[in-house]
Design a protein. Sequence first.
Length: 145
Amino acid sequence: MAKAALKTKATEISVGTFIAALPDERRREEAAAIDALHRRVTGLEPKMWGPSIIGYGSYDYKYDSGREGTMCRGGFSPRKAAMTLYLMGNYCDRQAEVDDLFARLGKHTTGKSCLYIKKLADVDLDVLERLVAISWQVMNEKFPG
């Protein structure tokens, strides 16, 4: 069986151009704010990953099945339905702190490793920045280098 090519890869598309082209003004402003937050936390310039993910850093992974690839360490996608932030899903010894932060964050929903925010005004940005920082630290511990 042929190995499936990964669809989500780093591209040379300009993050600024991508954000400027978002059709909704509020989503453009929110994307700029989340980009600034990630830059503060990571100290990195973002890259586009696939057509719609703004990512910071990268890491190599390999599943038990043998499937492997490279993905951004952290990032977000300013989707129409919700701002989607990609966070580490397993916080190891920080779970109690993370649970408290999610309780104080404001209006949001979560998936396995995704945080969905419909309107940035509905959340506490300091709490959000702390969640992104913890996720970044855990990613760097789990995938050094």
